[in-house]
Ligand binder design. Sequence first.
Ligand code: ATP
Ligand code: MG
Length: 564
Amino acid sequence: MKENSPKIIENFKELAKLSDYSFVEKLNSDPDAKFNAENKMPREVFSGHYVSVKPTPIKDPVYISHSKNFFKELGFSEALIKSDDFIKMFSGEISKVPQPMKDTGWATGYALSIYGTEYYAQCPFQTGNGYGDGRAISILEAVLNGKRWEFQLKGAGRTPYCRGADGRAVLRSSVREFLAQEHMNSLNVPTSRSLTLFTSKKEQVSRPWFRNNSYSKDPELMIEEDVAITTRVAPSFIRVGQVELFGRRARKNEHSEALKELEMIVLHLIDREYSKEINQDLKLEEKVILLAKQFQNRLTSLVANWIRVGYCQGNFNSDNCAAGGFTLDFGPFGFIDMFDPRYQPWTGGGLHFSFFNQPQAAFENYQSFISALKPLLKSTPNSLQELEIVEKEFPKTMQREIENMWANKLGLDEFDSNLFNELINLMIETKVDYTIFFRELSNLPSSIEELEKSFYSNSFENENLKSRWSIWLNRWKEKIEKESKEELSRKMKLVNPKYTLREWHLVPAYQEAQNGNYKLVRELQEVMTNPYDEQSKEIEVKYYAKKPSDYFGLAGISHVSCSS
Ligand SMILES: Nc1ncnc2c1ncn2[C@@H]1O[C@H](COP(=O)(O)OP(=O)(O)OP(=O)(O)O)[C@@H](O)[C@H]1O
Ligand SMILES: [Mg+2]
């Protein structure tokens, strides 16, 4: 028992000793950084994998929450969250950290493809050289209990990639990201992790938003919001877009080191995210093929998991797609209430990133990733061909993952397309609450009435619909009959969460936080980090509930216009 429990890091000095910045040391830094005093103005970054940037701290940081679970996993003592040095660091003040910690952070450039099309327009210089981490700054790498982690502040001020924006994140979006990220982990879906959440009452920034009780799809005014910094943690923050940036430069031979820099970032990605699966001694081309296969496995499994838990990443561009195959960027996200395959919570996102289109969006990102790898195989045509074969397998792999996921959600040994298609039709026609429906189904109901609490409309007035539901339920029951009832119900409840983080739960939590009351944020954190468990009656009444009808179509609840 003892051997497995992590070594506890009692204080900040011990944490400092464990820092180890191999990222910064192995990769190329932007050679122009030294000519720019602070690197906080938009400018083109032509080469190098990262730019050194000092974060801009938020003044008089106010603690809102930290992840107790993740502290435990890292071996962080709870005392750390009370330490002034720790609070300073994770609210952006790193100028006086003890060595070997570094007193500068780093931001990385990345490219943008939207649904597989390369974009340059979002870069202020129209070259792509000014696009990247505009407000995310990594500040620490450390090996903790044998595992390497990168710590990144979101909302820590301007970088060369800020494009003239303020480099800040507001309290609203930071509360959403902090909670959703931890929730995702507790749903057993791979994700970057939340460490801490701090706000400041001393700085406000403006964001486009809606009037109260508005139904507008477009933002109607600018509102002032307090700033905040969340720290997220992952083995790396390499995005598909980042590999693409170097892939594009190599393809166009933009400078003499371009191909070398692509190779470096790809090998680095393998080191950081795929070292277990890909042997160090293989040749470059073999590594590239394995990377393509492994990323395919992870990405397809990730998207199947998102659908399983009702999550929609409303802006699944290549720059929001982590090359390690985990969830990244909890901005324009939503957890679905009423089932609709076209659900898209973010008004800026478009239908191509809607709920059931996520597998296709993932494929587009995957193709962008593969294109970025191709320059590395120019001199090995056989490997290039093999890579293209792997690429073409994506839809099949995705299909397999999705079908397995549906089979598990329904407690079946095997996917049954007839049963599934009829269910989807019924769910759409009846307007069911996605989470409640599958959780109630996990109780193995004997009649369709037992599922009614997940229905938004009074469907049983429609005899035809009612009889179709009964037929469906009977057919489903025939399929599951072989198993022990208790065991099956238990298994289904492990994949069908009882609690998901709905927007109308988040709204009062961040609104109260804006007033200095963090009780709801902490309550939501507690509930949503145990999403599969039965919790108290009071919690059930409050959170295991359909979206109230007044909220349908309401701006800020049913859809968001600004995720930052
Ligand atoms: N307030 C801001 N100041 C500077 N840059 C910003 C700001 N908001 C967004 N950006 C940048 O705009 C780009 C697109 O934003 P997007 O909403 O996808 O990302 P994000 O939520 O900031 O960050 P991430 O993907 O790092 O979680 C990103 O490169 C991001 O860094
Ligand atoms: Mg983003």
